[in-house]
Design a protein around this ligand. Structure first.
Ligand SMILES: Cc1ncc(COP(=O)(O)O)c(C=O)c1O
Length: 458
């Protein structure tokens, strides 16, 4: 009898879903057929796939929760929305309608805020690189400017001379609170740099230090970083008040609050680790309000959250482009979107939900993005029910940093719609090739000869 060639077996472990499970159906098998009452497949049919979807109700809810929680604890409080997290004009505008000020970190962002009609006095201008022209405009408009470095301080002193008046400024400081600490921005507290910076600023006679700013990181779920930071801010204020007579109008504790997405290296899901808004507010406000400022009114408190407001209200609808079996027997699916549209896959273990009922059996699956690049892996190991080409998946919580950091690469970027009170608004149209290539030109020397219209080769 002829010996048959050995064939490696493929053993697929199927994990039974909720039917026999006393905890009920596992979340990844519960289909998400509708977003804010709209059928996911109809939305994709009308506006295309992939498609970003904003729940305006959820965006407002997030903002209001943060604003109310801090406002009820701290008498003079103002939230400034961090534009860089997602500067879609409609998103910023909705948040301004709700009462947010703008926190911007470049001239480009400053212009967006100004064009939306945000008064100059409600724009906080941060960041390590601001041009002289941008700084001049910011001071002319009465914006709040937080100085990042000595070079910038010098430019602002020159502007003060040009204006013929002293200029109110804030100073960005950093502290050794996290590991690694964010020393890139501002002046360090522990080393004495920040103290020297205030000495330098106040000794020139052209600047009036009225604010302190600190932003310690992003997705900070360690509450002690905020309470220790707030204490450091108080100690530093006392020091510069006693030494240089500084009187603060504001202190700005930055942003950094975590969202409900889970980080790759986290052991527990974000639902169990992300502090509540009340906890963040307590960590900051209780320390600041307990400060003995010798009868002085506490300065205005700013916070500048981004992620905690816009991450959760956005969804990405994506469709399955292909499925395949890897040589080790593992199932893989390829999506019609990639890490160029959700760059936060570097940090987040995104969860997916099928938009149709795909049964209760899940299989450990590798999810690949659409880019023709090996690194484009959306999730190395995701329990996913069976899905076929053309079927839709929904990725919740994609609103922070993905849209502002997206890159156009081999595909056009998709549309963004907002669902608000039963209505759908297109807040960004899908890109076209004409839009992407509008600034390109091909000099005549490089132009190819055109074939005759019938295209017949001779
Ligand atoms: C100065 C400043 N403020 C606020 C933010 C917003 O941070 P997050 O989105 O983590 O709240 C950032 C982002 O890193 C920032 O650099």
């Amino acid at each position: 009898m002829e010996k048959k060639p050995y064939m490696k077996p493929t053993i697929v472990r199927h994990t039974p879903g909720g039917v026999l499970n006393k905890f009920g159906r596992p979340p990844q098998t519960v289909p998400m057929r509708r977003i804010e009452g709209f059928d996911v497949s109809e939305l994709a049919g009308e506006y295309g796939s992939p498609l970003f979807v904003l729940s305006v109700r959820e965006l407002k809810r997030k903002y209001r929760e943060l604003d109310r929680t801090f406002r009820t604890r701290y008498p003079d409080f103002q939230l400034a929305y961090s534009y860089k997290t997602n500067y879609l004009k409609s998103v910023c505008s909705i948040l301004h309608q709700e009462g947010a000020w703008a926190e911007v970190v470049s001239g480009f962002e400053y212009d967006i805020a100004a064009d939306l009609g945000v008064p100059g006095g409600r724009i906080i201008f941060n960041g390590p690189y601001k041009t002289r022209g941008e700084l001049k405009r910011a001071f002319e408009n009465g914006s709040i400017v937080n100085i990042d470095n000595y070079d910038e301080m010098q430019v602002i002193e020159d502007l003060a001379e040009e204006f013929g008046r002293t200029l109110d400024v804030g100073l960005r400081i950093n502290m050794d609170l996290n590991d690694p600490p964010w020393h890139k921005f501002g002046f360090n507290y522990e080393s004495g740099q920040a103290f020297e910076a205030v000495r330098r600023a106040t000794s020139g006679g052209k600047l009036n230090v009225v604010g302190l700013h600190m932003h310690t990181g992003t997705y900070v779920d360690d509450l002690t970083i905020y309470s220790r930071g707030a204490q450091g801010m108080i100690d530093f204020y006392r020091l510069i008040r006693d030494n240089f007579g500084v009187r603060l109008k504001y202190w700005d504790l930055g942003g950094g609050f975590a969202s409900m997405n889970t980080l790759h290296w986290a052991y527990l899901p974000a639902e169990q680790t992300t502090p509540t808004v009340d906890q963040y507010a307590d960590a900051i406000c209780s320390v600041l309000l307990a400060a003995d400022l010798g009868g002085e009114e506490p300065p205005k408190l700013f916070i500048e959250p981004g992620r905690a407001i816009v991450d959760d209200p956005f969804y990405l609808i994506t469709s399955v482009a292909a499925q395949k079996r890897l040589p080790n027997g593992r199932r893989a699916v390829v999506l019609d979107t990639g890490m160029n549209m959700i760059s936060s896959v570097q940090w987040y273990r995104y969860q997916f939900q099928s938009a149709q009922d795909s049964g209760t059996t899940v299989e450990d699956t590798t999810v690949y993005g659409a880019l023709c690049m090996n690194i484009d892996v959306i999730n190395h190991s995701l329990s996913l029910p069976p899905v076929r080409r053309g079927e839709l998946l929904v990725i919740p919580r994609v609103g922070a940093y993905n849209l502002s950091q997206s890159w156009q690469f081999i595909y056009l970027r998709p549309a963004v719609i907002a669902i608000d009170d039963g209505r759908v608004h297109v807040i960004k149209r899908a890109e076209t090739r004409e839009y992407v290539q509008q600034f390109e030109q091909v000099p005549e020397d490089y132009s190819l000869p055109r074939e005759p219209a019938d295209g017949a080769a001779s």
